[in-house]
Design a protein around this ligand. Structure first.
Ligand code: UDX
Length: 432
């Protein structure tokens, strides 16, 4: 099976490398020459555990290649995945210009049967619209099929998620396309991953509904955490007890500084936008977004409550990426929090195991440190913002000794409040 992956970004690259690992011949295409050159040398342009090894191995074994030539990729493949970005426009609607450009380009090279698979997260109706574009563009009566195959990969665990998915969603209209897609994912079928075979529209909706629901769970627990602080309850016990109810489930009930990343903020906004277009207000999702924005402001207020006036004070930040095991800074909660503190006159020192290069493109006047202890040295408080494993086992006595004031603000609830207080810290978490 020959596969062409258009768009070698996060989703395209992980999917391409993993499909090559399944034994398929995959050509990953991207317009970015520098990115393709790096990939040809076996190096991923971003940090993702396990991905470099997969790329290197599959290049060596002759199943994975990279190119800037879309025509060659499309003409030599039967299945064309489109995995280009869908960033948010200023009104929250998804910008489909990259998807449209890719679909139009692919259409120009369809001279024999092809299956075109939309992997990018796109509003309901995009698959059908793309099918129309291709039908118009294809010369003569060349058959093709359109498929929607949304991804559910978590950054930092994307390779693992690909090989052990909770489900595989295939939205298609023809038996032939469904059979080919089942063949592609046969290795997952064999490990009994559930396959959802449905229409294109339903597949597109599944993706938005899933992400919006997960985001809602996070905003929900963040609101509960805020109330816990006011009434003297511990959100950890609340979340644990809630999660033991099988109907609720224990995942995505960790309170914190709000969700970020490339998906939840963008997809929740897009769902609200699609709802408006169809006269169907998505009020729960709107609240989810609003609560998430407020949560970041609340974190600044929390820091001020612990430190007092932050003007001229040095605040040490542990973790900048939107979550651990990634260098991705997109919509990271660290951005509004750090910028908010800076606008109030705070001096910021920071360390992140992977994201400092990306962070330098965003922040001004941040002092980057070599590790957590340098961050703590001379600071008036330390703020744990991203729960990297290496921040879970800090030498707390050493941290306390290095700080100017023993203030530890734990926005991911990594440490136990009682133990921290016993160690002599002025400590606070979220909702405890
Ligand atoms: C998400 C979805 O999980 C994935 O299925 C989809 O395809 C892409 O979007 P990702 O953005 O990589 O994946 O990260 P995820 O692990 O879901 O976390 C998203 C954000 O929510 C992070 O900022 C994280 O810190 C936050 N989060 C997550 C919480 O604050 N609490 C939680 O309980 C879980």
């Amino acid at each position: 099976m020959k596969i062409c992956m258009i768009g070698s970004g996060y989703v395209g690259l992980v999917t391409g490398a993993c499909l090559a690992e399944f034994g398929m011949e995959v050509i990953c295409v991207d317009q970015d020459t520098a990115k393709i050159e790096k990939l040809q040398k076996g190096k991923s342009p971003f940090y993702e555990p396990g991905l470099d090894d997969l790329i290197e191995k599959n290049i060596e074994e002759g199943r994975l290649s990279f190119s800037t030539d879309t025509e060659q990729g499309v003409r030599t493949s039967t299945v064309i995945f489109i995995a280009v970005g869908t960033p948010a426009n200023s009104d929250g609607s998804p910008d489909l210009s990259h998807v449209e450009a890719a679909v139009r380009e692919v259409a120009g090279y369809v001279t024999e049967y092809k299956i075109i698979v939309l992997k990018s997260t796109v509003p309901v109706g995009t698959g059908r619209w793309a099918k129309g574009l291709i039908t118009e563009a294809v010369q003569g009566d060349v058959p093709f099929d359109m498929v929607s195959n949304p991804e559910f990969l978590r950054e930092g665990a994307a390779v693992e998620d690909f090989f052990r998915p909770d489900r595989v969603v295939i939205g298609a209209e023809s038996e032939k396309a469904i059979d080919v897609m089942k063949d592609i994912y046969n290795a997952l079928y064999l490990i009994e991953a559930p396959f959802i075979i449905t229409t294109i529209e339903t597949a597109e909706m599944i993706k938005y509904a899933s992400n919006a629901f997960l985001a809602t769970k996070i905003s929900f627990i963040n609101e509960i955490a805020n109330l816990c602080e006011s009434v003297g309850a511990d959100v950890h016990d609340v979340a644990r007890a809630m999660g033991l109810d099988g109907r609720i489930g224990k995942k995505f009930l960790h309170p914190g500084p709000g969700f970020g990343g490339s998906c939840f903020p963008k997809d929740t906004k897009a769902l609200v936008h699609v709802g408006r277009m169809h006269n169907c207000e998505m009020e729960i999702v709107q609240s989810t977004i609003m609560v998430n924005e407020r949560q970041k402001e609340r974190m600044i207020a929390k820091i001020e409550q612990m430190v007092g006036d932050v003007r001229g004070k040095s605040i040490g930040i542990l973790g900048l990426a939107f979550k651990p095991n990634t260098d991705d800074m997109r919509e990271a909660s660290s951005i509004p929090i750090i910028e908010g503190l800076q606008s109030r006159g705070a001096l910021i020192k920071a360390y992140d195991p992977e994201a400092m290069e990306e962070a330098q493109k965003i922040f001004h006047d941040v002092t980057y440190c070599k590790g957590p202890y340098e961050v703590a040295e001379g600071s008036h408080a330390v703020v744990l913002l991203t729960e990297w494993n290496q921040f879970r086992l800090l030498d707390l006595t050493r941290i306390k000794g290095l700080l100017q004031e023993p203030v530890f603000i734990d926005l991911r609830n990594v440490y136990e409040p009682l133990q921290m207080r016993e160690l002599g810290f002025r400590y606070c978490g979220v909702g405890r």
